[in-house]
Design a protein around this ligand. Sequence first.
Ligand code: MLT
Ligand code: MN
Ligand code: ZN
Length: 320
Amino acid sequence: MSICLPISKSTLKSDASGARRLRVRVLGSAAGGGLPQWNCRCRVCRLARTEPQRVVPRTQSSIAVSIDGERWALINCAPEVLHQLQREPALQPGRDDRHTPIQSILVTNGDVDHVAGLLSLRERSPFRLHATPEIHGVLRDNPIFNVLAPDCVERCDVALDSRIELLPGLAATVFAVPGKTALYLEGDQVDIGAEGESTVGIEFDVDGRRLYYIPGCATVTPRLAARLEGAAALLFDGTLWRDDEMVRAGVGQKTGRRMGHMSMSGVDGSMAALAEVGIKRRIFIHINNTNPVLIEDSAERREADSAGWEIAFDGMEITP
Ligand code: MLT
Ligand code: MN
Ligand code: ZN
């Protein structure tokens, strides 16, 4: 374990051409389970199997970011990571027989959909694994993650609200968002909406253009709304359209609230909560397979469109 030093703004100045531009590539846009989910026959999953032009299949959520197109960082590491990398030439070995453009991985929580892919990156390529001390603790308590050899994979503690150098010239700030502990760590009492080290959002600030990645969020607090004001782009938790959607679809007992995810629609949904916040591009990501917004021609998709929200898909490119 090491503490990766926070960096100062001065190390991130543009070069003379001023050509610095953050590139974001969506590797996976679905929530836990993916789309279609292997054991689900809900309407959306059925359409993803039978009419993939109406419901485009998606892998579990993860993005890749770069400032130079050569060195990349992954934010979260989905169980499908090998398949995701296979689809992205920029993330494949570019030189030498053993090489990876991936220099860093940062995880936003300990959920299976965000950490399980780490087990597939165990072939002794060096990279830095960034997480809060609490999330590193979860990984340490699961000895299977020791397949990431310590002499190759440096585990870096990220303190909340500190600015770290994720890639040379690319800073990221990790901040707490309301969430909950990972499902497999839940005890009898679950603190839903807790703000701490278990669920974080990421802020990228490249020459004053801010992009946020928040794939899990239980509620938009005034503090979060204030932080997002003026953002160039936001990728936000789009797990469910409505809170009781899984119950209504007959595929589960849990509400979104219970899972630590706020819904898109409704008076207490994310579209309403963020309607008055000045954000240039708003994009839903981490979308559950029951969410009707995934159906290209649905009323829910039209409603999201008219509220100014885009729906992420695998392979989507964002250059804020
Ligand atoms: C979530 O986002 O709520 C989790 O990924 C649930 C899970 O572990 O399947
Ligand atoms: Mn998830
Ligand atoms: Zn389904």
